[in-house]
Design a protein around this ligand. Structure first.
Ligand code: KIV
Ligand code: NA
Length: 263
């Protein structure tokens, strides 16, 4: 059955975990759909893992449209979520709508944008015009130069309070989902319990409504140092399909992320 925003909402209500992986092409889309991954994220992380850039900032809307079309071709029942890239939505709600419309026309069924409370007006503008939105808070990689690196967010009292406010404002604006990246597990849990819409975590502990990882990271393909929140699911299996199935099993069974993947 086709995964929709209603399916995701229902999974939260039933206490079942949502599975999400990044996906950049048709072949992986097919394999992830067959493993029953609910959401395929066409992430702007493709700038780093495919293009070799040192941040997500250089990724263009054209490139996101291209990869979204590739993924949508074979996504089957899985929901296609596409990132709005840096520079394509921050200027105004109108700019965000035009960019989102391109992604939706390419096959996206929801768009993701980075930013807290200050993006609420844009979220509302998109939602009122028929575009489901996932809001990405905490470590928002497009702001890496403001943060001065890829660091855990919400560690101070003021930082934690801002994240609580961000999540509430984005939900009130109509966001269908809130993704939290590199947030202390206790805070992510508290925010998850305070929201009606599902939360997705990456480096946010196990007590959120679902998990996401960059597929190259969870297959052990990406060179360099493994981030704390990443697990290599190729260990103990003999195929990529097996690794994706193991990820789904561990997220659904709440054994991933374990304490060692958590802040
Ligand atoms: O682009 C991406 O891969 C993402 C995830 C890290 C959530 O936004
Ligand atoms: Na992203």
């Amino acid at each position: 059955m086709k995964i929709t925003v209603s399916t995701l909402q229902k999974l939260k209500q039933e206490g079942q975990k949502i599975t999400m992986l990044t996906c950049y092409d048709a072949s992986f889309a097919s394999m992830m759909a067959d493993a029953a991954v609910e959401v395929l994220l066409v992430g702007d992380s493709l700038g780093m893992v495919i293009q070799g850039e040192s941040s997500t900032l250089p990724v263009s809307l054209e490139q996101m449209v291209y990869h979204t079309r590739c993924v949508a071709k074979n996504a089957k029942q899985s929901l296609v979520l596409a990132d709005l890239p840096f520079g394509a939505y921050q200027a105004s709600p109108q700019q965000a709508f035009e960019a989102s419309a391109r992604l939706m026309a390419a096959g996206a069924e929801m768009v993701k944008l980075e930013g807290g409370e200050y993006m609420a007006e844009t979220v509302q503008f998109l939602v009122q015009r028929g575009i489901p939105v996932c809001a990405h808070i905490g470590l928002t990689p497009q702001s890496v130069h403001m943060f001065g690196g890829f660091k855990v967010q919400g560690k101070t009292d003021a930082g934690a309070e801002q994240l609580r406010r961000d999540a509430k404002a984005l939900e009130a604006a109509g966001a269908a989902m809130v993704l939290m990246e590199m947030v202390p597990a206790t805070l992510a849990r508290e925010i998850t319990e305070s929201l009606h819409v599902p939360t997705i975590g990456i480096g946010a502990g196990v007590d959120v409504d679902g998990q996401v990882l960059v597929v190259y990271d969870m297959l052990g393909v990406y060179p360099g140092k493994k981030a704390r929140f990443v697990k290599n699911f190729m260990q103990g299996v003999t195929s990529i399909h097996g690794a994706i199935e193991a990820y789904v099993r561990e997220v659904k069974g709440k054994t991933f992320p374990a304490p060692e993947h958590t802040f």
